[in-house]
Every structure is written in C-alpha cells, then in structure tokens.
Design a protein around this ligand. Sequence first.
Ligand code: PRX
Length: 634
Amino acid sequence: MTGRTDGRERPRRVEPPASFVETANVTSEVREAFEREGHEAWRRAADLLEWSSPHETVLDREAESLTWFAGGQLNAAYNCVDRHLAERKNSVAIRWEGADGETRVYTYLDLYNEVNAAAAALRGLGVGEDDVVTLFMPGIPELPITMLACARLGALHNVVFAGYSADELRARLERTGSGYLVTCDGYYRRGSAVNQKNKADNARTSVEHPVETVVVPRLDDPYLSEGQHDYEDLVDAHAGDRVDPVERAAEDPLFVTYTSGTTGEPDRVTHTTGGYLSHVAWTSHAVLDIEPRDTYWCAADVAWITGHSYIVYGPLALGATTMLYEGAPDDPERDRVWELVDRNRVDVFYTASTAVRSFMKHGAEHPSAHDLSSLRLLGSVGEPMDARAWEWYYESVGGEECAVVDTWWQTETGGILVSTLPGVDRAKPGSAGPAIPGVEVDVVDAGGESVARGEPGHLAVTAPWPGMHRGLTEAAAAEGEDWAYVTSDRAILDHEGYVTFLGREDDTVTVGDTDYGPATIERVVLEVEGVAEAAVVESHQEGGRAVVYVCTERGVEGDAALTERIDHHVAERLGEDTQFARIVVAPDLPKTHSGKIMRRLLSAVADGESYGDTSALRNPEAVGELETVSGDGD
Ligand code: PRX
C-alpha cells in the first residue's frame, strides 16, 4: 500500500501519472482560458459538436430564463452517428456484451443504418417532433438505438429503468402523456429469463390514453398482444430507409428523465439538445479523457442519467467505442468485470464508488488475475469515495499507472461539475476535487451565506453551466442577480477549492449534539482495516442514535473484535460521545440500480418498520439477509 491518509493531517496528494499527462486531452491552458474568458470559454464545449446553424451567444443572461448557445441549431443523433461516417464508418460505435454471453458489435455505419430504420419505423407509427416515447428495456443495443432514433426525429425519449414495476412505468407514461412505448418481451438476469412484457402490458392497459407499443424480441419465444408491433419486423420493413435528422434549436428538449429518488418522490428533469450535448461531450473529453480510438466502458445502467450522458451521448458524440453490458458485475463469476476489461482492451473505465467498494470486498485477486494494462483512466461516481477505496482502485485496478477521477454531479446537472482534470490536477484521495473549469462552487449555510473554508455546509453551484436542466434554470434564476443552485449535498471546501462530499442532507445522522453527513462517519468507519463497505443511519427506536451496517473484506471475520475496533477507532477520531447504538455486520448492503446505498431502507430495517417495494434494488436479496443479521443482533 502506498501510504494512507489518516484524514486529519495533510492528505496524500497524487500527481497524474507522467504517461497520462503526455497524452491528456486537456492541459492547464484550459483552466486558464476559462479563468480569462469566463462563460464565453464554454464555446469550447459547443465546438466539439457540429451545428447546422452556429450559436449567436454562448450564454444569454438577459433572457427570461438563462439560455445557452442561443441561435444554434443541431441534431443530437447526427452528432453521435452521421458526422463520424466520413472518417470512422468502420470503427466500432457500440460493443455489446449480453448477460447470456451473446455479443454484438455495431460499427458507426451499422449504427447509422439501425438508427435510420428505427427512426423510420417510429415515424411510421406517428412519432413526430416533441412527442414523448417511453423506453422500457435493459441494456440491450435496441435501447441506445431507439434513444438515437427519437433524437433524430426531434422526439423526446423517456427511459424507464427495466427493473421498475408496472406501477412505476404507468406513472411515468401518465406524467409525460407518452403515447408510445418501446419495450421487450424479457431479458436475462443471473442466468434466468425475466419477463418484461407482462409488466409493460399491465402499465399500458391502466393508463387512460392509448399507447402504441413496440416489443423487441429478446427471449426465444416472443409473443405479442393484439395491436402490438414486433420491433424486428418493423425495422426490417424500414431497412435502408433514410430519415433526415430534424434540426433542433439549442434550447429544445432532448429527453426527459426522473431523479433517482432514494429519498422522496422522483422529479421530472428535462435536458436540452445544445447545452446538454455540449456539456456531456466536453466532460467526456476533458474529465474522462475519451479519445475517438478508445474503447470506453461506463458500467452503469443506460436508464440512469449516467448511462444517458456517459454510455450514450458523451462517448458517441466523440466518435469513441462505447461498451454496453447487460449483465451483473459479478455474474457468472466475481471477476466478470475484469474479464470484460481484459478481453475488450478497455482504455477508460467508469463505475459507481459503491461498486469499487464491492470489488474491494471481493478481493484484489480478481483484478490481478487479468491483464488490465489497457486501462488509462478510472472514474468513479454516485456516492462519496473514501480514501481507502480510492487507493484500492488506483493500486489494485490501475497498477498505479492510471489517472483516477472521482466525479460529482446529479441528474439535474446533466453532466460532471466537480472533478480533478486528470492530466492537470493532483488528486487528493477522499476528496472529489475542484469544480471543473467554468463551474463555480461554494459551501453555504442554511441561510445561503458562505461558511469558512474547512467547515461543512451545503454545496452551492454559483454560476450556470450548459448541461443544467431547465426547471433548475427557472428556479435558480428567480433568485435574481446572485445566481446560485443550492444542492442538498453536504460538503466541505478546502483552501485549495477541493470539495469533500459528506452525503445528502436527507441522510443526516445526529450524534451527540452534532449533525453529521453520513459520509463523515462512514469515512471513519471505512478507515478500519478489513471494513469494505459501511452505511450509517439514524434509528428512531434507538432514540435517534446511529446504527452502522458494515461489510467486511474477504477473509475478515465480522466478530466482536471487529466491532470493538470500529467503536474504538470512531471514538478516537470523532470523540468519545460518538457511540453507535448497534454495529451490524452484513454480507451486502441494499443498493439501487444506480449504485446508491438505500439508507432509508436500512433505517426502516433498523427500526423494524416496513420498507415497501424493493423492486428497484439491484440486490433485493440483500434485504432478507439484513433482516436475519439485524434480528440476530437484537
Ligand atoms: O449526493 C450526490 C451523489 O449522487 C447524487 C446525484 O444522484 P443522481 O441524481 O442519481 O445522479 C447520478 C449521477 C451522478 C448527488 O446529489 N453523488 C454523485 N456523485 C458523487 C456523489 N456524492 C459524492 N461524490 C460523488 N462523486
């Protein structure tokens, strides 16, 4: 191990690897340019795209709501597909690995043909500009293809996570007034076929308005209900058709989606064509360092915003090869992810920080059994990353030769806002990094006033950025001159402008007289040797005291000695009054499909309360295991 930060003294700093710096897409000149030029510098992002009409202004602050790239016109599918044909038609656009071992490869020319045929088929069903098309599929190629087909037509896609229930789908069809649904008959998960069409049918028949439905045959015995269309038949009938990409104004919507809602009701979010696409292309280039020749893998679900921005739009806008994986990261074996990186010679790998901690739990022998020398950059997203997980990723996956970026952003922000620039900035393990060039952040108190550097508060983004969702523009702009978007994330800003994330406001845990972001305590628990994952929640039953759930690294006993070590370390680091009501050692922690620990569910389990529907969990079996473990502990 290369030496660990103890979190109190000067944290370790890691210089970007020299080999990385030599070829990095951006240099310190970019930061200087943004400092010099202000928001005008964002034209660099727009310049990564091809516009049918150029923009007249970069940012119009006079407009009723902020407007990015006003006057500009473009089509997102044209940018992600057509414009690469001249130089890259035989390069691979999508490399797909199915859960059942099936693989498919689409060159940019194949993708062009598929997207045109799908767009022609959808148009044939009546889909036109600004219609909402709901997509209810797992990570199969037809999902990005239909997303791009919608974009080609100027229609808005509304992708619903395939694991959601019929009721969730019905709510999203209703809330968007969507008259079109593309789904599949089923898919494979951990070796079994999962039926999807029954859920889709139940949802479709319970909405008031008619829903034209297309079914992708993924299983062996496809069947259709009356009036439904078979995707393959439709697309075959339109093979060779060409659909002109519909010109969209920069501010025209590209898609709708919903916030992931680990806490309250999901909110609808709309992203724009020009600002959003510029932002995700730019951050794919500047932060993830993607180059057209790269094979890039973002191991997320396409239905999540991470999948939209960094599986589909960002990498395809740059003309790279994007990998799409349908299965689970540990199926059939725990080294599945590394086997895929090795076999596909992946250059850039992006995953959830909770996934990194799960990999750490399973042990370094899995990555070390494979040749991972193709990797150049490793990225993390979704939850705070503690220093130990960072070091493990850097060392056991990256062999200390990859740049590692911890990227912070949200569904609402469209793309990355906080991260080190991998070829420019030193990393401080445990801290995400500074705001990217062009983005300004501050940490403020409940009244919106800046707090002192080093003090916790709410992260506020204090200047607009192109990928911002438009509801947010209106809400924040309404506050007048001092534009600020105050997030519900707790954070600390250090004297170098690096942000350390402490978790979400809704998950705050009170210990003694102090309110902690869960990550503050979890970070300390994760410093204990042998602890791979940790989640801290408040328990009402325990008088508001905190309960901590931990998973151990492979080969480490979750015994009384471990819980004593945790108690001791936490008291030493956070003070004697930081005592947990209980420490529960569990085999796994429940996580959403987007890799977030379901703390709400954990506090319900801690209090013996009902926790409702678990269908949106990536690992619902973890809940049953928890109940047994928690029960034992009482
Ligand atoms: O709490 C932050 C956490 O994830 C939230 C956004 O989640 P979602 O809208 O589902 O977007 C997922 C795509 C990023 C944030 O409010 N979060 C995300 N990235 C990080 C993070 N927390 C700490 N560090 C991160 N790198």
